[in-house]
Design a protein. Structure first.
Length: 85
């Protein structure tokens, strides 16, 4: 399994954990976006500084690594709360 796929699954797992741990979906989403941004930037820096990838390559992958789980989180916050009511 590729590192990008592992990171995407990790992001979704973090989202699930936070949504279960924090009962307020908006608060869980805010915490997720903050934590996932920190993890994504850390992943980008490791790729550039230690793995030897260029900034442009890592930036493109970083957008995917951060963007896909963030989009799922925002979608769940927007439409998932209606299912509970």
């Amino acid at each position: 399994m590729s590192h990008t796929a592992v990171m995407l699954l990790a992001g979704l797992a973090l989202l699930i954990v936070l949504r279960l741990a924090l009962r307020d979906p908006a608060r869980a989403t805010r915490w997720f976006l903050l934590l996932w941004l920190i993890v994504s930037v850390g992943n980008l820096l490791v790729g550039v500084l230690h793995a030897g990838y260029s900034w442009s390559v890592e930036a493109g992958i970083g957008v995917i690594v951060f963007g896909v789980p963030a989009a799922v989180a925002l979608f769940a916050a927007r439409f998932g709360a209606d299912a509970r009511r």
